[in-house]
Design a protein. Structure first.
Length: 82
């Protein structure tokens, strides 16, 4: 199955590791370091030009998504269990 992250970006549900609200980046030193590391390693991708509302972590890439974390989590929840 697939999850639409916004814009034209779709990922396989098997690649999904975590979905976080963007506010975690401001409130947690560890998450700031994680995002900075992804940026440094060129594995951070911003989807579209809208303001990011969530951070989506996959096996290979960290995405800034314009879709809220609650909406993305609902999309991920409707996927069949494996």
């Amino acid at each position: 199955m697939y999850i639409h992250l916004g814009g034209e970006k779709i990922i396989r549900s098997s690649e999904l590791i975590a979905i976080f609200d963007i506010s975690i980046e401001k409130s947690s030193k560890l998450s700031k370091q994680f995002v900075a590391s992804a940026r440094l390693n060129k594995t951070l991708e911003t989807i579209g030009e809208e303001e990011a509302k969530s951070i989506v972590v996959t096996r290979d890439v960290v995405y800034y998504s314009p879709i809220s974390s609650s909406t993305l989590k609902k999309r991920a929840r409707i996927l069949p269990e494996m």
